[in-house]
Structure formats: structure tokens, C-alpha cells
Design a protein. Sequence first.
Length: 96
Amino acid sequence: MFKSLQLPAIACALVSAAAQSDEYTKIDNHPCLRDYNGITKSMFDLSDANPTLATVTDIGDTYLKLHPGSAITEISDIPEDGFDIWGFNVTNSDSS
């Protein structure tokens, strides 16, 4: 049903480099976990570097983006105005 995923060596190297990069913002006190901005930037960087292997698509909005002003900001660092929800698709669009 599913074909095995075989990424070219260069794509694997790019993914590995992106995974270890310090340029992406992290969650406080968790240096190995990226925050929303770090995850989003790394997805776009990977898709820009590998346009035939990865794409990023806006698949919706968070509840807070759809309902501005409904955030309880005293207990969360989530932006009051919400944010986009992104889908990250990995496939080889050059294969037939």
C-alpha cells in the first residue's frame, strides 16, 4: 500500500542540519524542543531547500485566531490573536 520513503543523501543531510540548528527558537527550559515560531521556520526552510520533497500548506486557524479576545493571557504565553495551523507534507513529487 505504501512505498518506502527513500530520501536522497542531500535531503537527509539538510534535515539533520536543520534538526541541530541553533537558529530556531526553543521552548524555555527545554533546549531540544522548538516553539511555534521555531517549528514553523524550520518547516519553511526545509520546504524551500527541498521543493520536490516537502511542502507547507495553511490548513486552518487556531480557535484564538477565529475568536479574537477569547484568550486567558494570565495563564498562558499563547498569542492572544492566535496563529495559523500548518500542514507539512513530505513526498517525492518527481516520482511517478
